[in-house]
Design a protein around this ligand. Structure first.
Ligand SMILES: Nc1nc2c(ncn2[C@@H]2O[C@H](COP(=O)(O)OP(=O)(O)OP(=O)(O)O)[C@@H](O)[C@H]2O)c(=O)[nH]1
Ligand SMILES: [Zn+2]
Length: 352
């Protein structure tokens, strides 16, 4: 095998570069995430030409900037703009304090593939989707990737390889094991809690749980995650078998930092869906294929799925897992989570 990095490895590097504040070369353009960009690197990029600030169509809607391309607006960066100017466009936390940012002028026509790819990479890095982009000759030492292969790689499904497994007696079920799976694209590891020894030729009681540090670990009252996690484990414990997948897709895939930005917007009065949109994300950025892949790796192809989210059912069915039954997971309301639960029911189609 050659020592040259594969496409998956190059993309994984590019994602890490953006997180560190290092620009990457995407199809003849330099691209850097605004969130991690330093003033010196911004100046170096401005010296190369006229950069644009690529933002998502969602963010552009809030800023009243015209998005001429599906999913993308390319905001012209004035010659005298500094990093504060870029950050104010990227980060909605100051929108209410300084609502007038414009007028913002956006590019129409011309190449968009590098910009769209750069935004997808910023999302994959769980950074705010706002990227400074400037045409540039190849820069030695920087990671370089073409937009087409980059997009294809980000959309592809990483293989999840089992790395370790051990018995882990739980309060909810003494006969439990924890399996760790590692993707081959340098992404997050995911876990599976196997309770008892569920027969592989029958539908297994299963839960796909997305990580929620605030709810699962801290017992936050803002969401229903902690109680859902524990009631799923308890039900599996009482039935003697089940499998709970703990997927590291914090904040519906936007990461904990962005989820806290979303909570800050919720403090300003926006709901959970609006907050995601104002940040430039879709309501739900999770890749549910991971759940299907993990179930298959564990030997299951039929489940009784514990969920209130019809999208989870549809996605599993679409990826080769038969959902024999949907088992509702009802959790207690409190005065902090009642609006959140209502919005999930009204806007995200949850069955509550
Ligand atoms: N972006 C964002 N994520 C949130 C918010 N509140 C909770 N989350 C995340 O939402 C996810 C909840 O996931 P799940 O428990 O799988 O729930 P679900 O999609 O609502 O579906 P079921 O619980 O199966 O019915 C977790 O990743 C949480 O971190 C929020 O206000 N904003
Ligand atoms: Zn939660």
């Amino acid at each position: 095998m050659s020592l040259i990095p594969t496409l998956a490895e190059t993309v994984s590097r590019a994602r890490t570069d953006l997180r560190m504040g290092l620009p990457v070369m995407i199809g003849g353009h330099l691209a850097a995430a605004v969130e991690t960009l330093s003033p010196a690197r911004m100046a170096a990029m401005q010296a190369l030409g006229r950069p644009v600030l690529a933002i998502t169509e969602r963010r552009a809607e809030t800023l009243k900037a015209r998005a001429y391309d599906a999913g993308l607006a390319r905001v012209k960066v004035p010659g005298d703009a500094d990093l504060r100017w870029l950050r104010a466009i990227a980060d909605p936390s100051g929108d209410l304090m300084t609502p007038m940012k414009g007028p913002l002028f956006t590019d129409r026509g011309g190449e968009t593939a590098p910009h769209l790819a750069a935004l997808a990479l910023a999302k994959a890095a769980q950074l705010l989707p706002a990227v400074l982009v400037v045409p540039a000759p190849l820069q030695p030492g920087l990671t370089s990737v073409e937009p087409g292969p980059l997009m294809a790689q980000l959309a592809s499904e990483a293989a999840l390889n089992p790395v370790a497994c051990a018995r882990l007696p739980l309060g909810a079920a003494e006969r439990s094991r924890l399996h760790i799976f590692r993707p081959d694209d340098g992404g997050e590891e995911h876990y599976a809690v196997e309770i008892g020894d569920p027969p592989r030729d029958q539908p297994v009681l299963a839960r796909l749980h997305s990580a929620c540090f605030t709810g699962d670990v801290l017992g936050s009252l803002k969401c229903d995650c902690g109680p859902q996690l524990h009631s799923a484990l308890n039900l599996m414990g009482s039935q003697g078998q089940g499998v709970l997948l703990y997927l590291n897709q914090e904040g519906r895939g936007i990461g904990l930092a962005n989820k806290m930005r979303a909570y800050a917007l919720q403090n300003q009065g926006f709901d959970t869906v609006e907050a995601n949109h104002r940040l430039g994300f879709e309501d739900d950025e999770r890749d549910f294929r991971i759940g299907a892949e993990l179930l298959r790796r564990l030997g299951f192809d039929r489940v009784r799925l514990l969920t209130n989210n019809p999208r989870k059912v549809a996605m599993l069915q679409g990826h080769g897992i038969e959902v024999k039954e949907r088992v509702p997971l009802i959790v207690a309301r409190n005065r902090h989570n009642t609006d959140y639960l209502d919005v999930k029911a009204e806007k995200s189609g949850h069955l509550l």
